[in-house]
Design a binder for this molecule. Sequence first.
Ligand code: HEC
Ligand code: HEC
Ligand code: HEC
Ligand code: HEC
Length: 471
Amino acid sequence: MAPPVHAFALVALLSSMRIAFGGDPDVNAHPDMQSPSITGCMTTACHGSNVPDAKNWQRAGKIWFDTDPHARAYTSLLTDTSAKIVSRLVNKELKRTTPISDEYRQVLDAKCISCHSNENVSESQRVLGADCQVCHGSADAWGSEHYSSEWKSLGKNRFEGTQRINVESIAGRAKVCASCHVGELDRKMGQNKGLDREVDHRLMAAGHPPMYFEFESFLRRYPIHWDTQDESIELGSKLGMERWRVGKITTAIAKLKLLAARAERSASKSAQTADWPELTEYSCTDCHHSLVQPSWRSTSGSNKSTIANWDDWTVSQLDCAVRNQSMDELNSQLTRLKKSVEHTMPEPTQVASIATSLKEWLEMELNHVSSPSENSAEVMVLKLKSRMAGVDSLQNWESATQWYLATRVLSEGIGILGSKAPVSFVKEDPFVNTGTWLPKASNEFDSPRNFAPNMLNDYSTDLKRQLQTRP
Ligand code: HEC
Ligand code: HEC
Ligand code: HEC
Ligand code: HEC
């Protein structure tokens, strides 16, 4: 799956940066020491161990280098697919040369590296892709005091007031992932402004693959380089549910923040220059139909009096993640937002203000339920039970997939369905077989074409039956 350039890049990198696993610490070797570098993190005594039975935190660098999708994120910008994307963006054919041309590089710098690499490192280090620092904060902030017992003794609050990013808390972690996997504009990095992280319809139309992010399932697939005991001990079998719930709310917050920022920008520009409404806010399949008829999409298409349906990927099943007493409020705010976004001529100031207030409300909600016991599995069971009846009407791939992911963590969390793990309703479970679900064919905007709503039935019937026997 990794493009062939990867191996080449790795060798070049190892020799130019002298990151040597198991080799001598060589912190001063890099020519670009003025920009933050992870070289110092990778010594054998720190995170660059290659001893197989060392702790994960010691092998973090090695695990990341060998298996992390983010380590190949930059080299993905040098593949044929990317060369096509880049060419379409500038409307002329740009070949990928070695080294890449200035023109090619300018597109990557402006449109891609904020997510596929680390914009703060020097040119020569970009090949490292989305490195340690995009998730953990600048290496400069991780001075020697981070292994002092004093810092450790501060416990969960030890990140406060530092430039080190807290990915230890589930919410903090989800927020970091969503910044790239959902997108973020107007980023702040200390005193500075960060580059935008956005895959808009222009990028999609140029051929960027779909961005269907769901925190819990992504984390499951993510090759972890840390030691997981603490988290598992604290939450036990409820860990998946907790990640699902917090991830759901945090991802929705990120999505609303992005929508509000897009709307605000367009409100401050003239109508001609603004990309508004931004089409990736809507359900792709409302506009891009399959040519094969009859299709499940033709029954779920958008109402003619609206531009298209707002993309409900991030918000579907969100009401199961908030407290019981908050469901009605959430649903009414969502309805208001949907109405505003789906209007044939959505009014940006109005969209921005509704999205922002819902975002702020969700931030409060997240604080309310920061303790897992408050929103126990049983609460989720009740909510899901009450909507079981409506399962047959999950006519779109987005909500069906989200429903499946929610009930999967639920059934694990409360120990139902036992060894009979939830079956998938697409012929290949998109979230288990990494890579197989990205439609490779020409129409990349399609949801998996194998989606068959009736395949949900067996699974739902079973789940319904088992839930009914619970109090
Ligand atoms: C700086 C941006 C950035 C951040 C932060 C980030 N990712 Fe990613 N992620 C990417 C990019 C870009 C790719 C695509 C890599 C490639 O194949 O080129 C990716 C790929 C992945 C993949 C593989 C997807 C697939 O379809 O195979 C997983 C899983 C993943 N990320 C999980 C996470 C998780 C979990 C977090 C948070 C802990 C996270 N990511 C944070 C940018 C980011
Ligand atoms: C907002 C962050 C973001 C930006 C900006 C972005 N990407 Fe991505 N890209 C991602 C993520 C996240 C993935 C992984 C999607 C997934 O699997 O869920 C990805 C995946 C890809 C892939 C597929 C990689 C693979 O392993 O199959 C290619 C190719 C790609 N991006 C190229 C580009 C190019 C070229 C640009 C700039 C023109 C760009 N991307 C800009 C976030 C971004
Ligand atoms: C995609 C995001 C991401 C990237 C990239 C990443 N990490 Fe992590 N890292 C995490 C998350 C999430 C955790 C779990 C935090 C926790 O539970 O303490 C973690 C944990 C760790 C830990 C263990 C902390 C502890 O207290 O147990 C170390 C050490 C670490 N990372 C080092 C690195 C190094 C070194 C790199 C680069 C080679 C790197 N990470 C790249 C997300 C990332
Ligand atoms: C409101 C309707 C609408 C929505 C929603 C929409 N698109 Fe489009 N899309 C268009 C139109 C019109 C074009 C052709 C003009 C252009 O390229 O902008 C297009 C072009 C494209 C193309 C290029 C097709 C080609 O043959 O060149 C791709 C790929 C694409 N869209 C993907 C997506 C994805 C992915 C989504 C969802 C995230 C999406 N679109 C949502 C209307 C839409």
